[in-house]
Ligand binder design. Structure first.
Ligand code: SF4
Ligand code: SF4
Length: 383
């Protein structure tokens, strides 16, 4: 058997980029058993970790870009290996050398757009608040109850703007005094960080934190679990602590406090998809379900993979910007799971999930059988 000498310089680079937890791995392969990629093609996080340990990582290959950071392997690993951290460290090395396979090029376009306009969607910075131009949405000012941090997809994406409108409408009806930052709002940076662009992330985080402090922000409401995750768990690296609430939690509280009254029924079978960054990464499973269960007529049913076992939509880790062949889309599998349990509506609470589900709905020609809704859109219909 050939003995491969470890590439010490590469190992040092990987360690410097944060990949050292590869040391903990004892190659049991459980990560590969639970990884959603192995439902659509062969992929081995175990192998990636092994190669990193020997400095044999192919930084120009596709594999280091596949992980969606869904967290399923981390949750199941018997050795407490932080696979996401290792994967991101390899992307940092590839980013350092500017080596990207073809499928990742679109993520570079997203990065350029974030750097120039503060969002990955090539929207103009000055148009960030255009979704609200016909609505009574105010600019945030000190003393308001909360800042609504809209996020990039809800600000610019035509489908997701409906979620921003629903959110503003609900907050207004519940009497929440809130405002937005408009063109002062920048991408939160969560996903660009996961693609290895650490410096871009740090710049975005610092700019956002400065804007929050300058405007006297204390409480931040977000639509995206990705904004939620980074504000709550990553921005504290910069010695700040804002109160962060996801809109599903806000809905739960507003209904509980009697500030939001449900006046209509919703006679449909609904299934709820747990976004990875709301569920597995932040343990928010019950509040979105409780909100849906408050609606008369709504029948909530569970899919095969739910709660901590939720099936990733495929959009995390910057994959939302990368090209995934049609035969390898987790979102297609998820729509089929929703159909299998007889759901008429697939509800969720994340802009990436909705974007991927809407695309699958179109590709699978399921427009007549399944609706895709953010839970705010459902609540907007029943208040
Ligand atoms: S589950 Fe953990 S210990 Fe097992 S191969 Fe994967 S990373 Fe290594
Ligand atoms: S985080 Fe998810 S996608 Fe990434 S290797 Fe683990 S199970 Fe697979």
């Amino acid at each position: 058997m050939e003995t491969v000498a470890p590439f010490k310089e590469v190992i040092e680079e990987i360690k410097e980029a944060g990949g050292e937890p590869y040391k903990l791995c004892f190659q049991c392969g459980l990560c590969d058993v639970v990884c959603p990629w192995n439902r659509v093609r062969t992929f081995s996080m175990r192998k990636i970790i092994r190669e990193a340990a020997f400095g044999l990582t192919e930084i120009d290959g596709e594999d280091i870009w596949r992980c969606t950071t869904c967290g399923n392997c981390t949750r199941n690993c018997p050795r407490g290996v932080t696979q996401i951290q290792i994967g991101v460290s390899l992307r940092r090395v590839a980013t350092e050398y500017e080596v990207f396979p073809a499928s990742v090029k679109s993520a570079r376009t997203a990065r350029a757009s974030i750097i120039s306009e503060g969002n990955p969607l090539q929207g103009e910075r000055k148009k960030r608040a255009d979704w609200a131009k016909d609505l009574p949405v105010k600019q945030f000012s000190e003393g308001m109850e909360a800042l609504y941090f809209v996020g990039c997809y809800c600000s610019y994406d035509p489908r997701m703007k409906k979620v921003a409108v629903a959110t503003a409408d609900i907050l207004d009806k519940a009497g929440v005094s809130f405002g937005i930052l408009g063109s002062q709002e920048n991408c939160c940076g969560e996903s660009i960080r996961k693609t290895g662009s650490e410096e871009v992330f740090k710049r975005l985080a610092k700019e956002n934190i400065k804007t929050f402090i300058d405007n006297g922000v204390r409480k931040i409401i977000v639509s995206s679990p990705h904004c939620y995750h980074t504000f709550k768990n990553e921005y504290p690296e910069f010695m700040v602590n804002f109160e962060i609430v996801h809109m599903s939690q806000v809905l739960f509280e507003l209904i509980r406090e009697g500030r939001l009254e449900i006046t209509k029924g919703y006679d449909k079978k609904v299934t709820y998809h747990d976004p990875c960054y709301l569920g597995r990464h932040n343990d928010i499973y019950d509040q979105p379900r409780d909100v849906l269960q408050q609606i008369p007529g709504l029948e909530l049913i569970e899919m095969a993979d739910c709660r901590k076992n939720s099936l990733c939509c495929g959009g995390g880790g910057g994959r939302i910007w990368m090209d995934t062949p049609m035969s390898e889309r987790f979102s297609d599998l998820r729509l089929k799971q929703a159909q299998e349990v007889g759901a008429r509506v697939l509800a969720t609470a994340c802009p990436y999930c909705i974007t991927n589900f809407e695309e699958s709905r179109l590709n699978l020609e399921m427009e007549d059988v399944l609706e895709i809704k953010d839970i705010t859109e459902i609540i907007q219909e029943v208040i």
